[in-house]
Design a protein around this ligand. Structure first.
Ligand SMILES: Cc1cc2nc3c(=O)[nH]c(=O)nc-3n(C[C@H](O)[C@H](O)[C@H](O)COP(=O)(O)OP(=O)(O)OC[C@H]3O[C@@H](n4cnc5c(N)ncnc54)[C@H](O)[C@@H]3O)c2cc1C
Length: 306
């Protein structure tokens, strides 16, 4: 049996999907990137566990992706299997102030559902278009809050297909980084939220969102902040004072609204984006002496997500 047939045998649930030669551009907010050899929407733990064992047996590269809102996929695509979590892997369950969430759940949906139920702690997340899994990997955050702040436990799957429960400390959350990317897959987390008045929480969530829409680009395709903020400073400010707002290479342009966003304004390629990233890093280093590090993850430039 070849690996494609072996893979087809794993994907058995009626809601799960397996497709070959899937264009990844349509699964990323950048709208950029070539094809993945295979793409799976996987809806059960049992299938995911079988996939982990498949991975060990066949050694085909696998990349778990969320909503693709922090991802740049190469123009030549990903020579491997890209996987998105749906169904039972994207659910939430509330028990008092404790909330269990699947990694496939969308962050804006989580934010809205919790505010409606009078639970506070994830109001900042309405304007972050990622999944819970992506937010755990990135320790996504805004307005002084980070996703890791409300997490008590994280569940991951190891490469034998076993689920492992990690404490907050073991998840090793840092600024836009966690220690979770060493596992095969992040499957979910437990959040501890605070009870409050649903209307007040909803108003705070909406105020954060409004502020975000007013200060960051939302109309054009992008992947959020391209660079991490250096300690004590803002990458957007450094890009701005380096005179780079509106600078364009091919179809990729530095946003005129917020310098830390690179926009796909006209069929940009991943090469356009990376050339622009290099230009920004050179110019900012020359003008300010600071080296900017990228926040956006890359897929398909090497065998796995970098
Ligand atoms: C308009 C816009 C605004 C944004 N604003 C913010 C913001 O305010 N703050 C902020 O922090 N970010 C922001 N972002 C970036 C992005 O939304 C976050 O980083 C988000 O957490 C990424 O989640 P995702 O599901 O899209 O992950 P993806 O982009 O799909 O993946 C990101 C990384 O996580 C890995 N990954 C995803 N899911 C899993 C999983 N289940 N198991 C293992 N690995 C996984 C991927 O392999 C990849 O390495 C913004 C992006 C956009 C487009």
């Amino acid at each position: 049996m070849d690996w494609k047939n072996a893979l087809s045998e794993i994907i058995t649930h009626p809601n799960s999907r397996l497709r070959f030669k899937e264009p990844l551009a349509k699964h990323t907010y950048f709208g950029i990137g070539g094809e993945a050899t295979a793409y799976i929407e996987i809806s059960t733990i049992a299938e995911l566990s079988a996939l982990a064992r498949f991975h060990r047996q066949w050694d085909i590269p696998i990349a778990i992706i969320g909503r693709g809102s922090n991802l740049l996929v190469s123009d030549t695509g990903f020579n491997g299997i890209s996987v998105r979590l749906i169904g039972e892997l994207a659910k939430s369950e509330v028990d008092g102030n404790t909330v269990s969430v699947g990694a496939g759940l969308s962050l804006p949906r989580l934010s809205k559902t919790m505010s409606r139920q009078g639970l506070s702690g994830v109001e900042f997340a309405l304007g972050i278009p990622g999944s819970v899994g992506g937010a755990l990997i990135m320790n996504a955050g805004a307005w002084g809050s980070s996703f890791g702040d409300v997490i008590t436990n994280v569940t991951v799957m190891d490469d034998t297909g076993e689920l492992v429960n990690l404490s907050h400390a073991e998840a090793a959350f840092e600024y836009r980084h966690s220690g979770l990317d060493t596992y095969f897959c992040v499957t979910g987390a437990t959040l501890e939220l605070e009870s409050g008045d649903a209307e007040t929480i909803t108003a705070r969530m909406q105020a954060f969102y409004k502020q975000k829409v007013e200060t960051q680009p939302f109309a054009e395709e992008n992947a959020g902040c391209m660079f991490k903020n250096p300690p004590g400073d803002s990458a957007g400010r450094l890009i701005d004072i380096s005179g780079l707002k509106g600078y364009r290479i091919g179809g990729a342009e530095v946003s005129t609204v917020h310098g830390n966003f690179i926009l796909n304004i006209d069929n940009a390629t991943a090469t356009d984006v990376l050339n622009l990233v290099t230009h920004i890093q050179q110019q900012v280093r020359e003008k300010t002496g600071i080296s900017l590090q990228t926040e956006v993850k890359r897929l398909g430039f090497d065998a796995k997500v970098e």
